[in-house]
Design a protein around this ligand. Structure first.
Ligand code: ADP
Ligand code: MG
Length: 651
């Protein structure tokens, strides 16, 4: 007796349905995607009991013609593609004609729809995939789909549903993502009779972000816009003070479709290195737009993953777009009192001020100030740890002990010594008190960064140094509080980083080669990218049968013990499209200079001369993009007079 059964049509349908819908949230996603494909300007979602007993999605889209109604529930019935060629470039969110069939086979479905040119609407009712009635009825243009008793006929599925609150949360998350993906659509979500979410639908992404993530979040964003080889990346990222403990705030949309992308995630996370603490994750709402022919959306049952014809291009475009926004960012944390009669965080704002991020203010606005007038400067002798001695070049010499120690550390970094442009000799009369004086001197004229304009030094007064750690400075109607170690660390880090940016290392030939075996995919990626590895100083031979790489020469900056790890990481990143050799190389270098700058920087809790303090203060006041230390901690927080006045009831 044979063992193979041919399953019935019903069972086959249930199996197929299981791949498309597994919980209320996936039903909502499919229904909302249909509304978007129908050109809706307004979508309202309502659920009860986590969606398990009741879900409804209404739209004002194109509607379904009466004769199409029964077809809509059939498997492989779609108005979006017609033949195999259409699969090569998909312009709509749906295309398989499976969702309504799947949903209706596991629930009770009611579809009410009317097209603009039809006299009246049609109402269809189906249970377990069987159409029980179709009738004519009056209704507005558009479509409303109601889904009741989800999985009532599939106990195996139903028992895997979580508590109502958990299912509700999953629905909310999907509705939020879809609302973010289409700021031109007004989306409303009602759960158990309570309005949970409402977006305006005015086409402005920042307003949609504000509606979904709130004012505090929307205040700390950086705008992203980049184009590279047919890929366009636009949207917003949270700045370095707006990072999260999980990846829940990472939103990537490929051609306005929400997806999970390892490539994009890796790109943004690598771009954030040296701007974020290690246990934090960046937040983003990023749109990646690409020719639909260059991306395959037909690789995942719920269409949550896609395949790019060129992963590296996506990686690079996202990485550089995010990185350059971070490097240009001048956002500094603002200290606000949360207690008091009126919480300062709502100061001067009505409940619904239009969401304006500080990041949206063009940098020029801040840079555009009256020219610096030296005679205006009002120096107040800083009181630093009881030392009232005003600095002179010779007195600052006394403070050189610790930084000198640091400079030894810096000296251990090979590339800095062999850099093509040696730093000019230190001017003995100049007022640059630290070990990094040579580094800083080298970059002072051109500024630490190329792109953010340096500010003229404002009139300022050093109030003092608290706990030998935080420098309080008054200038321009606010108090700037500087973490002296963090600030100095970033100053040194930037000056070193700038010098290694264009640096190609002198390779080191190994007496005993390093041998490592790689998995097939990674090995193939190494062979494909041999030239890249060579360009940064590696030389190796590869044995195809054992998949072994024999490394005979390494970039001199690497420690021999780290070589295997770094090489294997680069190979894996190349194989999965989650990295690029040049970027990984820079990251390795940056890790080295992190450590050096941390050691060389002035220490919290120790007494520093007033000239050293002033040096850091002046850097902070004139370099607006000095915002976080290389470990992602803030360098500066500001406290406005306004905020203090409110706290003391003066306003
Ligand atoms: N909200 C809607 N507005 C207009 N037409 C719709 C809507 N929902 C479904 N349809 C029609 O029903 C068809 C089947 O939908 P579905 O099963 O989700 O498959 P797909 O979206 O892959 O085409 C769609 O192709 C579309 O023509
Ligand atoms: Mg669909």
């Amino acid at each position: 007796m044979g063992k193979i059964n041919l399953l019935s049509f019903e069972v086959a349908n249930l199996i197929a349905a299981g791949e498309v819908v597994d919980r209320p949230a996936s039903v909502i996603k499919e229904l909302m995607e249909n509304s978007i494909d129908a050109g809706a300007k307004r979508i309202t979602v309502e659920i009860k009991n986590g969606g398990i007993t009741y879900m409804r999605v209404s739209d004002d889209g194109c509607g379904i013609a009466p004769e199409d109604m029964p077809l809509a529930l059939k498997r492989h019935a779609t108005s979006k593609i017609a033949n195999a060629e259409d699969l090569n470039a998909i312009f709509t969110l749906g295309f398989r004609g499976e969702a309504l069939a799947a949903i209706s086979s596991v629930s009770k479905v009611r579809i009410l729809s009317k097209t603009a040119d039809a006299e009246s609407g049609t109402l269809l009712y189906a249970e377990g995939g069987n159409i029980l009635s179709v009738s004519e009825t009056g209704c507005p243009n558009g479509t409303t789909v109601t889904v009741e008793e989800l999985f009532a006929n599939v106990p195996a599925r139903r028992k895997f549903l979580k508590k109502d609150a958990t299912e509700t949360a999953a629905v909310c998350a999907n509705v939020e993502k879809i609302a973010l993906s289409h700021p031109e659509i007004a989306v409303r979500l009602i759960t158990d009779g309570v309005s949970k979410l409402e977006t305006v639908g005015d086409g402005k992404l920042e307003n949609t972000i504000y509606s979904i993530y709130g004012r505090e979040f929307a205040k700390h964003l950086l705008s992203i816009k980049a184009q590279n080889g047919g890929v366009e990346v636009t949207g917003y990222i949270g700045n370095s003070h707006n990072v999260k403990p999980t990846r829940a705030y990472q939103n990537f949309f490929i051609n306005h479709r929400f997806i999970k992308s390892k490539t994009a995630t890796a790109a943004i996370e690598q771009a954030f290195s040296s701007y974020i603490a290690s246990e934090r994750f960046p937040a983003c709402v990023l749109f990646i737009d690409i020719n639909p022919g260059a991306v395959d959306v037909n690789v995942h049952p719920a269409k949550l993953e896609v395949k790019f014809s060129n992963e590296k291009l996506i990686f690079d475009t996202v990485y550089y777009a995010v990185r350059s926004a971070l490097e240009k960012s001048t956002d500094r944390a603002e200290l606000e009192f949360s207690g008091g009669s009126q919480p300062a965080r709502h100061a001067g704002t009505s409940a619904f001020t239009p969401p304006v991020s500080r990041a949206f203010v063009p940098v020029v606005d801040r840079v555009d100030r009256p020219a610096f007038q030296p005679e205006q400067i009002r120096f107040t002798k800083p009181q630093i740890g009881g030392s009232l001695v005003l600095s002179s070049p010779s007195s600052s010499e006394n403070t050189m002990n610790e930084p000198e120690k640091g400079s030894e550390d810096i000296g251990k970094i090979a590339p800095l010594h062999t850099a093509a442009t040696a730093p000019p000799a230190v001017d003995a009369t100049s007022h640059i008190p630290f070990a990094d004086r040579a580094d800083v001197k080298a970059t002072d004229a051109a500024d630490i960064r190329n792109f953010v304009e340096k500010l003229p030094l404002p009139e300022y007064k050093i109030i003092g140094v608290a706990f030998n750690t935080y420098i309080f400075v008054e200038s321009e109607g606010k108090v700037t509080i500087i973490d002296k170690h963090a600030a100095h660390e970033r100053i040194i880090f930037e000056s070193m980083r700038r010098r290694i940016r264009d640096f190609s290392p002198s390779p080191q030939v190994l007496l005993v080669p390093i041998v490592l075996a790689l998995p097939q995919g990674d090995f193939a990626a190494v062979l494909e990218n041999t030239a890249c590895f060579e360009s940064i100083g590696f030389a190796f031979s590869a044995d195809e049968t054992t998949r072994q790489i024999k490394i005979s020469q390494i970039p001199s900056v690497l420690k021999i013990n780290d070589v295997s790890d770094i090489f294997a990481t680069m190979a894996a990143q190349l194989a999965t499209g989650t990295g690029n050799i040049e970027i990984t190389k820079n990251e390795v270098y940056e890790r080295v200079i992190y450590q050096a700058s941390c050691k060389a920087a002035m220490k919290g809790g120790r007494v520093d001369s007033d000239s050293d303090v002033r040096y850091v203060v002046e850097k902070v006041l004139t370099i607006p993009d000095l915002t976080v230390c290389p470990h992602g901690r803030p360098v500066v927080v500001t406290l406005t007079k306004h905020s203090l006045d409110r706290q003391f009831g003066r306003e």
